[in-house]
Every structure is written in structure tokens, then in C-alpha cells.
Design a protein around this ligand. Structure first.
Ligand code: SF4
Ligand code: SF4
Length: 332
């Protein structure tokens, strides 16, 4: 499966993240092992300048065969729908026109990152850039290609959402597409691959013991759960970050940061500081998606009253003390 990769209005972080994919041989060799070949990428391909433009022109007019178009970064339609806020260097042609022409020839079209899926960072504020995703504008279907767009395979745009993407979300999606093992039913309602979006970031979080007892952090660096005070949206964010750690070891939560739900449309504008939890009458507005709200409120009150001393005291420290007791009695 031959891939053309374009970078629209993004920070390049998704490519950086992809390059960190776990593999002794490197991500390109890992993809090649599954029959996936990167024929053009603005940062990684040998072709540049006129040679790169000729390659893209050949792909757009059908004389160069390729299978999948990967786009990284939001699509800028401004000013006034002209797309001239982002012209592909040297071509004089707006990036959105390149994307439209290439998408029409592609067997598969992938949005790499939340910018390309939903608009992301570039679409925040008043969105003077008229930024959007390939097939969504925020959570609304539409975007650059329109809600009815289907690639040559019959699939809509595959939204590998995340800011940045987890390398394995991209690699596994590409390998599944190349193997013919990916169908429309493998996408969720926001067109994200279900293999990673059918879990919550909360699942597998190392702070789950604190969450269970509602033992909450009060400040950054505290060990406790970050939901009550520090803005964590792990219970509402669809991704497997803590089940499938990044690069085999990390996640935002494992680094001590709150989940900001970067795989969700509109994450860039939560309407409050990222590291703060909006509340009504002391109860967080954003409650877990996987249980009824009344249960959560009742369980929170009950579990807070039953919090073990070790968990309660550790929640507001930067290292766990006191240690668990042994059968012979408490440790010093
Ligand atoms: S999704 Fe995030 S990391 Fe990826 S290009 Fe956009 S801003 Fe950068
Ligand atoms: S910090 Fe966030 S993801 Fe971790 S247990 Fe608390 S709510 Fe869940």
C-alpha cells in the first residue's frame, strides 16, 4: 500500500510522535513489513522542491498510482473560502485544493491527528483561519470533503484523532488497511478506529486506586486522582493511552498531567483552564461516561468516607507514604 502524506496546518507533532513508534528497526521498516510504503512525506521523503511538486502533480492527475492519502494538520479554508492562507510552497495552489484532488484519487483517506480530524488547535477562538477537519468541523460532519465523501474503498475518512497521535494508532490502522482487514464497522461515530477509541483513558490509569476512594490531588505533583480538582477528563476521553502506554512506557497520567481529552472534537477549547475542574455545588460538571451520574455521586460520598489512611495521605503527597502495612503490623 503506497502512501502520500501531506502536512497542512499543524505543528508537525504527529509526525514526531509517529517516528517514536516502538520498533528496533524503525517505523518505516515496521510499516514496510506489512506492505506499507511511504512514497511521499514532506519531512521524510528524498524528493523535495520541483521533484516533490512533480510527484504530487502526477498523483493528482492519476499518472502516479498511490493507495492512501494521509493528511496531518487542519485544513485552512480562509480567507473567504479561498484557501490562500495556506498555499503549498512553490505550487501557487492552496493546500485544500491539493487535498481535494488527491483525496478524489485515493483508495483510503486518513486524518492524522485531531487537527485533521476535527479542526483542532487551528480552529480555536474565532477561527479566522476557517480551519476545519477533513470530514468534520468540530463534532459536526462536513469539513473540507463533506459528510458524504467516501474514498475509493468505500470508507469515509479514517480519523486517527489525538494531539498528537499515538504512533501505534497510525501504524496499526495502516497495517490493517493494507491487509484488507478494516471495514466501516471498525470506526466509531466520530470515525475513529474503534480498536483504540472504545476504551477510556481512565482505564488502566495508575491513579485508579485514588480515584476509587475519591482521594484527590490538590496541586500538580500530588499523587492523587486529578479529576476532582485538576481538570482530568480521563473518564470521558476515548483512547487506550493507559492500557497501551506511549512508546511502551508513558502516558499523560503517568507523567503526572491531567488528561485533556485530545482525541475528542473541541478539546482545544474546554471553556476553562486545562488544569482546573469546573464544578456545580462542589460536583464536577464532567462525570464519567461509563456509569450513571447518580451512582457516581452516591459512590463518591460513600468511598470518600471509607478511604484508607494510606491512600488519603498519599493523595496529597509527591511520594507514597505511609507504605502498605504487613500482617505483622504497620511499617515505619
Ligand atoms: S494534532 Fe496536535 S500534534 Fe498533531 S499536528 Fe495538530 S497540533 Fe500538532
Ligand atoms: S487521574 Fe484521571 S484518568 Fe486517572 S484515575 Fe483519576 S480520573 Fe481516571
Amino acid at each position: 500500500m503506497k502512501i502520500l502524506w501531506l502536512q497542512a496546518s499543524g505543528c508537525g507533532g504527529c509526525t514526531q510522535s509517529l517516528l517514536g513508534a516502538e520498533s528496533r528497526r524503525g517505523v518505516l521498516a515496521r510499516l514496510a513489513g506489512g506492505g506499507v510504503e511511504l512514497v511521499f512525506h514532506p519531512a521524510l521523503a528524498e524528493a523535495s522542491g520541483d521533484e516533490a511538486l512533480a510527484l504530487l502533480a502526477a498523483a493528482a492527475d492519476g499518472t502516479l498510482a498511490f493507495d492512501a492519502l494521509c493528511v496531518e494538520g487542519a485544513l485552512l479554508r480562509g480567507p473567504n473560502g479561498s484557501g490562500r492562507f495556506h498555499v503549498l510552497a512553490g505550487s501557487g495552489v492552496p493546500m485544500i485544493d491539493w487535498v481535494r484532488r488527491l483525496a478524489a484519487r485515493a483508495r483510503h483517506v486518513l486524518a492524522i491527528g485531531s487537527c485533521t480530524a476535527y479542526g483542532g488547535i487551528a480552529a480555536s477562538g474565532d477561527n479566522l483561519l476557517e480551519a476545519c477537519g477533513l470530514q468534520f468541523d468540530g463534532a459536526e460532519p462536513g469539513g473540507l470533503l463533506g459528510a458524504d465523501f467516501r474514498a475509493g474503498s468505500g470508507l469515509p475518512v479514517v480519523n486517527v484523532a489525538g494531539c498528537p497521535i499515538h504512533a501505534d494508532w497510525v501504524v496499526d490502522t495502516l497495517l490493517a488497511l493494507a491487509a484488507g482487514a478494516f471495514a466501516a464497522g471498525d470506526l466509531d461515530a466520530l470515525q475513529r478506529p474503534r480498536f483504540y477509541s472504545e476504551q477510556l483513558v481512565h482505564h488502566g490509569c495508575p491513579k485508579n486506586e485514588f480515584y476509587e476512594f475519591k482521594a484527590s490531588a490538590q496541586k500538580p505533583s500530588d499523587l492523587g486522582c486529578l479529576m476532582e480538582n485538576l481538570g482530568c477528563k480521563g473518564t470521558q476521553a476515548h483512547a487506550d493511552c493507559n492500557v497501551r502506554p506511549w512508546y511502551g512506557v508513558g502516558s499523560c497520567l503517568r507523567g503526572g498531567f491531567s488528561c485533556i481529552a485530545c482525541t475528542e472534537p473541541g478539546f482545544e477549547e474546554p471553556g476553562h483552564p486545562f488544569m482546573a475542574t469546573p464544578k456545580v455545588a462542589g460536583i464536577p460538571i464532567g462525570l464519567p461516561l461509563d456509569m450513571p451520574k447518580a451512582w457516581f455521586v452516591a459512590l463518591a460520598a460513600l468511598s470518600k468516607s471509607a478511604t484508607p489512611k494510606r491512600v488519603r495521605e498519599s493523595a496529597t503527597r509527591d511520594h507514597p507514604l505511609p507504605l502498605p502495612s504487613t500482617k505483622k503490623g504497620p511499617r515505619p
